[in-house]
Design a protein around this ligand. Structure first.
Ligand code: SAM
Ligand code: SF4
Ligand code: SF4
Length: 337
């Protein structure tokens, strides 16, 4: 095993996130606003996406450099054909001890069992409201909550770990914070509120549209008795709390109001094979061309290592209204969160 690599701030490479498609069956207003991602939007054709073999090579290389966790994302990752085959390959990589998937869940009724059998351990399901009216507006496709709840049930029945993620946008779904907490507390599932972020340049973000961690906790305190839980591992992004008298947790990912760049261990690879060292980056390194132009596996691994060693990103620590307006930042649907 090689020595785990570290970046300029001594942050190790621990997690690798792979987007398998930029397409989606939703149009969440904070991620793929319908006016930008309309019917003429040119999504990547599958031949331009990394193949499963190429993804396997990238993850194997990252694992040799110290990565232990892999997360499959998108767009909507369940739209990628035969995804279980990829999971099966990734599950054989030495050093990878956690394989997770982020999804809007509507296709889990179809795929949860196969994914679990292939080696997937857990899913993070995105659900931004428990009331149909609010959720239909947010997902831009008028999908009600039932298909998502059915997907969650399918994942649980298949034996997958399940956490729920809710992006909170002021004036849009902050009224859903307590109803969501009540629902998932009763279900015994961890719910994590995510502060709305200025990823990309199309979602109309400004500071005023963010409901902060402090505000969310104050709101929870009006209804529940919650207490903070110790951090489980280096680089954990959620501030975790537990409902007293239960084992159920609730958390907040405070990327805006309390950033966590100093322990950020994530590398991200877009569906077309660009490596990014920050969610707010403008430039990615073209691994696909490297892999397709007959570079050896070792060369690809050294390219990843050298990019990580030079890494200095800490966008969220330095965020201002001005940086938020920067053009050319990658879109969330392109890089996958
Ligand atoms: N389609 C899948 C899903 O929604 O779970 C995977 C991709 S989605 C881009 C990954 C995560 O990013 C989701 O949890 C989504 O809610 C979150 N996300 C998207 N745009 C965001 C934003 N502007 N701020 C915070 N989180 C965002
Ligand atoms: Fe699609 Fe996920 Fe983005 Fe919603 S958050 S538009 S489901 S990629
Ligand atoms: Fe990591 Fe960039 Fe987010 Fe900071 S802003 S936590 S460096 S992805």
């Amino acid at each position: 095993m090689m020595k785990p690599i570290r970046d300029q701030y001594e942050r190790p490479l621990r997690d690798i996130r792979i987007s398998v498609t930029d397409q989606c069956n939703f149009r969440c207003s904070y991620c793929m606003p319908a006016e930008v991602f309309g019917k003429d939007y040119a999504f990547l054709p599958e031949e331009e996406c990394l193949t499963f073999e190429e993804i396997y090579q990238v993850v194997s290389a990252a694992a040799e450099l110290g990565a232990e966790k892999v997360r499959i994302t998108g767009g909507e990752p369940l739209l990628r054909k035969n995804l279980s085959e990829l999971i099966e390959k990734l599950a054989t990589i030495k050093g990878i001890r956690d394989i997770a998937l982020t999804t809007n869940a509507v296709l889990l009724t179809k795929y949860a069992r196969d994914l679990k059998a292939a080696g997937l351990q857990r899913v993070n399901v995105s659900l931004d409201a428990i009331e149909d009216d609010v959720f239909k507006k947010m997902n831009g496709r008028s999908v009600g909550v039932r298909p998502v709840l059915r997907g969650i049930d399918a994942a649980r029945e298949a034996g997958l770990g399940v956490k729920i993620n809710m992006v909170v946008k002021k004036g849009v779904n902050d009224g859903q914070i307590l109803p969501m907490a009540t629902y998932f507390k009763d279900e015994g599932l961890t719910l994590r509120f995510i502060e709305f972020m200025d990823v990309g340049s199309t979602n109309g973000w400004n500071f005023d549209s963010v409901v902060t961690k402090k505000e969310i906790i104050q709101m929870l305190d009006t209804e529940f008795d919650v207490y903070p839980v110790e951090e489980m591992y280096y680089g954990e992004v959620a501030s975790r709390y537990q409902y007293s008298g239960t084992k159920t947790e609730v958390g907040v990912i405070s990327s805006v109001s309390e950033s966590f760049c100093s322990t950020c261990t994530r590398a991200r690879v877009s569906a077309e094979g660009r490596l990014f060292t920050c969610l707010f980056a403008t430039e990615g390194y073209d691994l696909k061309s490297l892999l397709r132009n007959s570079a050896s596996y070792e060369e690809a691994r050294e390219a990843i290592a050298s990019i990580w060693r030079r890494r200095t990103n800490r966008y969220s620590d330095e965020r201002t209204e001005e940086t938020a307006k920067q053009r050319g930042k990658i879109e969330m649907s392109y890089i996958g969160g």
